[in-house]
Design a protein around this ligand. Sequence first.
Ligand SMILES: [Zn+2]
Length: 154
Amino acid sequence: MTFQQFYDNINTSFIFAVLYNLYPYLILLIMLSSKKCPECDKTVMGRSDKRFCSDSCRSSLHNRVRQDDVYAVKNVNQILIRNRRILMAALDSRRNEVSQSYLRAKGFNFNFFTHQIDQPSGRSAVFCYDIGYRREASNLLALVKDEESLVVRK
Ligand SMILES: [Zn+2]
């Protein structure tokens, strides 16, 4: 055996021994540094920009987020639409002013409205889509229509 052969043997077995002993730690390091799938919590393997473990996890999370959006918007819209109908019905019965308790008795929810417009009088009008009310000095609510801001400008 030449010195070179002896040296090569030591080198190879040394590298082998190091790898053999560190192997579990290397796997652990890879596991720890890799990302978890935000949907199922499995380790995500593959490209570094890959977020989900599978296509089904990706679409299942996106569908759930979209469903939450639809649900929240639908609930608020139902309240706003009911508010608008109550104001419309009051206007249709030729009332120009209504009391707060009248609207509340009809089921009007004062916490929900679409927008607010400052009026020249200094009092602001609160709207549910195109119809709203302005609180008068008498504490009655004057019914008002928003014909300005809802015009679609081209
Ligand atoms: Zn997953």
